[in-house]
Ligand binder design. Sequence first.
Ligand code: NAP
Length: 290
Amino acid sequence: MMISSTTKVFGLFGDPVIQSLSPLMQNTAFRMLQLDSIYLPFLVPRESLSGAVNSIRALNLGGVNLTIPHKERVIPYLDQVDEQAGLIGAVNTIVNRDGALCGYNTDASGFLVSLKSAGFNPKGKRAVIMGAGGAARAVAAALAINGASPIHICSRSEERGKGLAQELGRSGFTVAAGGYGRHFFELLPKADLLVNATPVGSYPNQKEKPAAGGEHLHPGLLVCDLVYNPPQTRLLAEAAAAGCSVLNGVGMLVHQGALAFQLWTGRKAPVDAMQRVVSDKIDNNNERRR
Ligand SMILES: NC(=O)c1ccc[n+]([C@@H]2O[C@H](COP(=O)([O-])OP(=O)(O)OC[C@H]3O[C@@H](n4cnc5c(N)ncnc54)[C@H](OP(=O)(O)O)[C@@H]3O)[C@@H](O)[C@H]2O)c1
């Protein structure tokens, strides 16, 4: 693609951004649809967020994605926040509409699309989420909005889990929280869905043992790992061997990107092509490391 004076610029604000697959995914989508647009990674440390957000207006960027550590802290700097993102308390996509910055959360919707594409409808389902960070927040809210009940957040830092449950409670979501003690292992046999929203099992610590192993999992349970590198984590391998259905994080990654693309361009995203480049890149990186 030729960059010209009319090229629309989109980007990613985060720290770090070097590992991100979003530039590859979004630039592939722009190229497929022959759009005069480009997507760039911007390394934005925590203390530079307000200046970076102002630069969206000053430089007339089309929009940006946000990643760690900005998704929650960005909200006060925006002109409008979509209702769902406001309830979740986190924004991962900003659209610049003639200088008005509007925030959305496509992580939550991307997670749901990925779940539904695996044939899982959350309504009335019992869910257990491992982790209490940004991803757990989006997943818990997405499940609550779509009728999953009960929802339990289990986390290493119990205080963080309880804080998150309380915050989600203030938005009207009923979410319980606890640690990885006996209660966690009592919840698992009754659960329909287990989500890993921690980095446990991700590259380069693929061998790290998750809180739940194959011996705690039962056929009929859907085990979803938000980790996408490697695509087959230790948790998913143990879950598949225990007869569970499994879903990795590639679908959520691709669908959150596709939904952001649609918000920015008004065009339907080429999801298959986005999924293919992301999967190929992960496979190639892993092949090179072997
Ligand atoms: N597929 C996707 O599209 C997608 C989207 C978002 C995130 N993710 C993935 O989801 C994971 C979590 O992301 P995040 O944004 O939520 O990160 P985060 O905000 O940093 O939260 C991480 C959570 O994991 C817990 N944790 C970290 N290391 C742990 C360990 N060794 N044992 C047990 N718990 C541990 C943390 O516990 P403490 O509070 O005790 O530190 C915290 O609750 C990452 O792997 C990320 O790549 C995937």
